[in-house]
Design a binder for this molecule. Structure first.
Ligand code: SF4
Length: 213
């Protein structure tokens, strides 16, 4: 049986976005399945690397973290922290990791990444610190423009993350963003990554499956 129209379109879309990302000096790749994406990500991590990550449903869903642990890389895993203080210290340490793994809230068709963060550890690592950042993103994260990327990140990913993390925010109750200004807000830092500098530091792996949100 041939590929479905959705798969064919996903491939074309992903190839267009990969080309746009490369023009902006990102490393960029497309894998049809998450299993292929995991193998590719592993091949990008040099032996002996220290690897860390931010909170990412996409990275969880791929199983990449488990494979990294199995392979014996030294990891900085904040979820193993025994206290809030230790967790914060690990979030600081991860900024000096060799490789940092994360998802993306949205990627525009013209190859720009958009991410919103609460504590800021994830966008900090994306902007500076780890020698390499690997971004794993399902095809559902691609949007038409940067404007739509911001809209998606705040008004779709935001309320869904609220349902996951249960902060005291209006979107937890209503399911829609009301631009809250509470201390508990999830939407603190907004980062648009327009260009990858230095070239190739950020490796984006697009995956032909719906992952994360
Ligand atoms: S209501 Fe607040 S936390 Fe929820 S998506 Fe909007 S700004 Fe973010």
């Amino acid at each position: 049986m041939g590929k479905s129209p959705v798969t064919v379109r996903n491939e074309k879309l992903a190839n267009t976005v990969v080309a746009a990302l490369k023009k902006r000096f990102f490393g960029a790749h497309y894998c049809e399945t998450k299993e292929e994406a995991v193998e590719l990500a592993l091949s990008l991590i040099p032996e002996g690397s220290v690897v860390g990550w931010g909170g990412s449903v996409t990275v969880e869903q791929t199983g990449l973290k488990d494979r990294i642990i199995e392979k014996g890389f030294k990891v900085i895993d904040r979820d193993r922290a025994k206290s809030p203080e230790e967790r914060m210290e690990m979030q600081r340490q991860v900024l000096l990791a060799d490789t940092f793994l994360m998802g993306a809230n949205a990627i525009s068709e013209d190859g720009q990444l958009f991410n919103i963060d609460s504590t800021g550890n994830r966008v900090a690592a994306l902007a500076f610190g780890p020698k390499q950042v690997i971004v794993m993103a399902g095809i559902n994260k691609i949007v038409r423009s940067v404007k739509e990327a911001e809209l998606r990140a705040q008004t779709i990913a935001g309320p869904i993350n609220a349902s996951r993390l249960e902060p005291k925010t209006p979107c937890l109750i209503t399911g829609v963003c009301s631009e809250c200004q509470a201390q508990s807000t999830l939407c603190v830092q907004f980062l648009r990554t327009r260009i990858c500098k230095p070239e190739g530091r950020i490796q984006v792996i697009l995956i032909g499956e719906e992952l994360g949100f």
